[in-house]
Design a protein around this ligand. Structure first.
Ligand SMILES: [Zn+2]
Length: 215
């Protein structure tokens, strides 16, 4: 009995903590502040990006909410013989089943950026992944680099107590892209910046001219 009580409460607390993490960041991400994203993601099952965040929150809410209800029901079942823990468990199962609709809805938002009310406002003008892939293909066929993402060149200075040299890194500012490169060690007759810019030019036509100072 004690095992069910402790196990149920542990599952419920983890689920509530995960849900709290998602809800806490929702307001920021809705306004386009992506400086922090949730610590836990659901891999390929649910797309959790700033653009798809509202629909991901629905899925995460239904998933973690159902685990929380299930955990609470198991814990209560261990200390009472009343029927209502079973009702809580049933509510949890119904909540979990809503994901049959919510997860495909998240995939639709990811692929098409529609319906707009489930897209964070700053990202409503962006293409979904289908349109973005088509655009990349068309750009390649036209002999262009695949994207026009904003790419910044940043000079990173090591910590004061670290005697290694400063180095350059190119980082794509697009929230869903994640492209990032360092200069290659070949073609050393060129400067580090030229070698890195040559790489960045293969990703985007929109590489910032200035070198930004890193942290
Ligand atoms: Zn990019």
């Amino acid at each position: 009995m004690l095992g069910y009580l402790v196990g149920g409460l542990t599952v419920a607390s983890i689920a509530i903590a995960v849900l709290f993490d998602y809800v806490r960041l929702a307001g920021r991400i809705w306004r386009g502040d992506t400086s922090r994203m949730p610590l836990i993601d659901f891999g390929w099952v649910v797309a959790v990006t700033p653009r798809t965040y509202p629909s991901a929150l629905l899925c995460a809410g239904a998933m973690t909410g159902s685990f929380a209800l299930g955990g609470i029901a198991v814990a209560l079942g261990a200390i009472t013989s009343a029927r209502w823990p079973e009702l809580i468990l049933s509510a949890g199962v119904v909540m979990l089943l809503t994901n049959v609709v919510l997860v495909p809805l998240n995939w639709i938002v990811e692929a098409t950026n529609r319906p707009k009310f489930l897209v964070s406002p700053p990202y409503r003008g962006q293409p979904g992944s289908f349109a973005a892939a088509r655009r990349r293909r068309q750009r390649r066929q036209a002999g262009l680099p695949p994207t026009d993402h904003l790419v910044e060149i940043i000079r990173v200075r090591p910590e004061p107590d670290d005697d290694s040299e400063p180095y350059l890194v190119a980082i794509c500012a697009d929230d869903e892209c994640g492209w990032m490169e360092f200069a290659d060690d070949d073609a050393l007759d060129q400067s580090e910046e030229d070698r890195l810019r040559a790489k960045a030019a293969r990703h985007s036509t929109n590489v910032v001219r200035e070198v930004k100072r890193g942290p």
